[in-house]
Write a protein that binds this ligand. Structure first.
Ligand SMILES: *Cc1c(COP(=O)(O)O)cnc(C)c1O
Length: 391
């Protein structure tokens, strides 16, 4: 093109400095993870992809605390794909599921089971109510047809960390199997697939594992994966038995995987394993405590008693009459993406995550920006794109 083509408006979202993502995934990633996305073009049925896939399966299993008896199956798709695969594949036709529900993601587990016609009972505790393992034990004891129990580890809608270890012990005692949505906890919260009696652990790349969105996984024992072959599949694309057989026995994925996202996931897992789950949890917690102290200083109310809070997320009451959108837009102009609350908390609360590649300076800059937004300085026209001005 030459001369006077029509002026194309600049795209402010794609220019200027990085946005700090305080939404709980996708998170800010390390340069080495973003760089890995540009790896070579690759056919997923060649041995080099099989090797990459096996390394990732091995590393994901290690993050979950699994040993030689465990393995992971990778799925191209967001965390919900792996959840749906686990729930629909693990529960046999004559089985039943108890879902522990104290937030949006507990309800999602119930909805997934319901859509597939799985017999499901909901232990509906109410949002932000801690679950007593004994209550799960009573519900299981009352109904022997409930062969499985599903629970969310970090209930990201409220920031509550559920007692998976206690629930696992109770379920195991009663001879029941457990499915754990560890999507927003694996990699940062203490969780050990063996010690905590987790039979099916579901995780994803782009939350505490700090990879790119587009790949998720289910970690379980080889014995349990093998046993899936005895049951007819409920779904085609998300059939864990199909994926396990393809990945484990044939050494190739069942369907076309998101190859570049796999590259990035391996880079992210290498960082996660080098840092260690405990150290990453401590890093997130230090940032969250710094954030929470600053929020409290500004007179803001944080949901949940401190002992129930996950290391990575805070749900905060919206101050006064400030609409969420105004606060969001003011923060975004300053370079920070905050996150709305869901369902029954929408309107009254917002959420801030400390997952991902961020540091103390980001938290301090955010607190300053938030203070200015709340005192009215940051108000202005709504924005849809990123910050245009320099820091
Ligand atoms: C993010 C999340 C999910 C899955 O969300 P996707 O958008 O499918 O990745 C499921 N459970 C919990 C607890 C989550 O935080």
């Amino acid at each position: 093109m030459t001369g006077d083509s029509p002026a194309v408006p600049a795209e402010p979202a794609l220019t200027g400095r990085r946005l700090v993502l305080m939404n709980p995934g996708p998170v800010n990633t390390a340069e080495v993870v973003r760089g890995a996305l540009g790896g070579p073009d690759m056919c997923h049925r060649e041995p080099e992809f099989g090797e990459l896939m096996n390394r990732i399966r091995h590393k994901a299993t290690a993050v979950c605390g699994g040993g030689a008896d465990h393995t992971s199956v990778l799925l191209t798709g967001s965390g919900t794909a792996a959840l749906e695969a686990a729930v629909t594949s693990a529960i046999p036709a004559d089985g039943g599921l108890l879902v522990v529900d104290n937030g949006h993601y507990g309800k999602r587990l119930f909805d997934i089971a319901s859509v597939h016609g799985i017999r499901v009972t909901r232990l509906d505790l109410g949002w932000g109510t801690p679950v007593e393992p004994a209550a799960v034990g009573r519900a299981l004891a009352a109904d022997p047809s409930l062969t499985h129990v599903a629970v969310v580890h970090h209930e990201t809608s409220t920031g509550m960390l559920n007692d998976v270890s206690g629930i696992g012990a109770v379920a195991h005692e009663l001879g029941r199997r457990t499915i754990v949505d560890a999507i927003s906890s694996v990699g940062a919260e203490p969780l050990d697939i063996t010690r905590d009696h987790v039979d099916w652990l579901v995780g994803t790349a782009n939350k505490c594992l700090e990879g790119m969105p587009g790949v998720s996984f289910v970690c379980a024992s080889r014995r349990d994966f093998d046993a899936l072959a005895a049951h007819p599949a409920h779904t085609y694309y998300l059939d864990l038995n199909r994926h396990f057989r393809a990945q484990e026995k044939a050494g190739a994925p069942a369907f076309t995987p998101s190859v570049p996202v796999f590259y990035a996931f391996e880079a992210a897992l290498d960082l996660a394993l080098a840092e260690g789950v405990a150290a990453r949890g401590a890093r997130y917690r230090a940032l969250a405590e710094r954030l929470r102290a600053g929020l409290t200083e500004q007179g803001l109310h944080i949901m949940l008693e401190p002992e129930h809070r996950a290391v990575s997320l805070s749900a905060i009451r919206l101050p006064g009459k400030m609409p969420y959108e105004s606060l969001h837009d003011a923060c975004k102009r300053a370079g920070f993406v905050i996150y709305a609350a869901q369902d029954q908390l929408a309107g009254g609360f917002f959420r801030l995550s400390t997952m991902g590649a961020m540091d103390e300076r980001d938290i301090d800059r955010f607190l300053t920006a938030l203070g200015e937004a709340l005192s009215g300085h940051g108000r202005g026209a709504p924005v849809r794109s990123g910050p245009g001005e320099a820091a």
